[in-house]
Design a protein around this ligand. Sequence first.
Ligand code: SF4
Length: 365
Amino acid sequence: MNSYRTGRIFCFGTMEKKKKDIRALTSEQLREFFIGQGDQPFRGNQVYEWLWQKSVHSFDAMTNISKETRQLLEDHFVINHIKVDQLQRSRDGTIKNAVRLYDDLIVESVLIPTATRTTACVSSQVGCSLDCKFCATSRLKRMRNLNPDEIYDQVVAIDNESRLYFDRPLSNIVFMGMGEPLMNYNNVLKAIEKISSPEGLGMSPRRITVSTSGVPRMIRKMADEGVKFKLAVSLHSAIDEIRTSIMPFNATFTLTDLRESLQYWYQKTRSRITYEYVVWEGINDTQKDIDALVDFCRFAPSKVNLIEYNPIDDGKFKQASVKAVQEYRDTLEQNGIIVTVRRSRGQDIDAACGQLANKSENTEF
Ligand code: SF4
């Protein structure tokens, strides 16, 4: 058991536990609260602005609100902001945050700077309920889903870091940190709504990518709801037997189901799908694997990101040879499929894809 979790038993007194997180309220609910208190509804708007646009951490910071009203809020609510407990910087500029939640659990988020963009990679769950064999997060038991405000706060923290260290705002967000975002669907969608709303960060949803290991029912649901963000799927193999051996949930959500849900997604949204794909030595580095991927890509307009693998401790998975990756690239291109080869970022601080595992948890803060 990690030391943060044991701490949570003691972190709040009885009174605090009964208070509601004010950021779980919509602006409408805040207005209703003030009406119920005999105040004006616009007070709700003022408080909402302080909470989201200005991201204040205490009621006392709401300086255009009277002292009595601030006390009223204090009596009824808490503001459960995240806290960046530890910040690590990679040689390549990547920044990894160890983020402490209100109940002392920890998740990680990453800022990835390039010449043209700054991307936030955020977590959606504490741990993960899926068990991808190549992923460090899979070793952490899923403790709980993140609330919308905890997801939002990770983005705000990274936006601040981007401005501080790189002198520019955050440009993109990927849900590729800890957890399976579609297993926390409602909260992820609420967070995206807040991130893209003018009352929040006002970011275009087209700059947000939700990356899933592939939950067909939820992909259909997203398509039906007409979401505007982009979709990426961690595919890694287009052969059921191999995919199930590295991503065991594939036995339940088979490639046929996944493919049909992706076709449905494209019919409804007309939005191209990105496949995240790592090539491992001895696992998916043969011509048969390449041909299967090419076939899978034919079902809907798509793009393939061939991602360099970041080894985790057990050494069972090894990055395939340059030649094997080149074979993939050439064959995909010959078949008219857009392909990029992505170099790994933040490897030296365990911040790269698949490496997030709260290793910083044993560090003294
Ligand atoms: S790759 Fe994603 S879905 Fe799979 S175990 Fe890791 S965090 Fe969970």
